[in-house]
Design a protein around this ligand. Structure first.
Ligand SMILES: NC(=O)c1ccc[n+]([C@@H]2O[C@H](COP(=O)([O-])OP(=O)(O)OC[C@H]3O[C@@H](n4cnc5c(N)ncnc54)[C@H](O)[C@@H]3O)[C@@H](O)[C@H]2O)c1
Length: 102
């Protein structure tokens, strides 16, 4: 049986690229994303490239109850956590000083 990988933030830039690589290497991919910085279309493009559509759950990854349901419905072998609001851009340094040392 194929290993199943959960990608949080999997509809985003890095997530969709990782999803394609994993599917091409015969992993099953499950995505949790609230689409706050992405859209369904990016996930819909994955099967056009790989021939296989990842399962997509749309909710905030901080919702522990819904996340529990995902783990009950799917036998997840590994998680790649990419759900984050921090974009890498020209103003990254300014933002990092604004949020302090955390
Ligand atoms: N792109 C880069 O060059 C780069 C470099 C280093 C680190 N990172 C980090 O990697 C992660 C992914 O980067 P990316 O460029 O793919 O960003 P991205 O914004 O394209 O993808 C992040 C995804 O997470 C989702 N998301 C955000 N908060 C969420 C939440 N609470 N619940 C569910 N989904 C949520 C967004 O909708 C988006 O689809 C980020 O944490 C980023 O800081 C990115």
């Amino acid at each position: 049986m194929n290993k199943k990988i959960l990608l949080t933030g999997g509809a985003g830039y890095i997530g969709t690229h990782i999803a394609i690589e994993l599917i091409n290497k015969k992993y099953d991919v499950v995505i949790v994303d609230n689409l706050s910085n992405s859209n369904k279309e990016s996930v819909n493009r994955i099967p056009k490239i790989t021939g296989k559509k990842p399962k997509l759950y749309i909710f905030d990854v901080q919702n522990a109850r819904k996340l529990d349901e995902v783990f009950k419905e799917n036998k997840i072998d590994s998680v790649v956590h990419l759900a984050g609001l921090k974009a890498v851009g020209g103003d990254s340094w300014v933002n990092s000083t604004e949020v302090g040392d955390t």
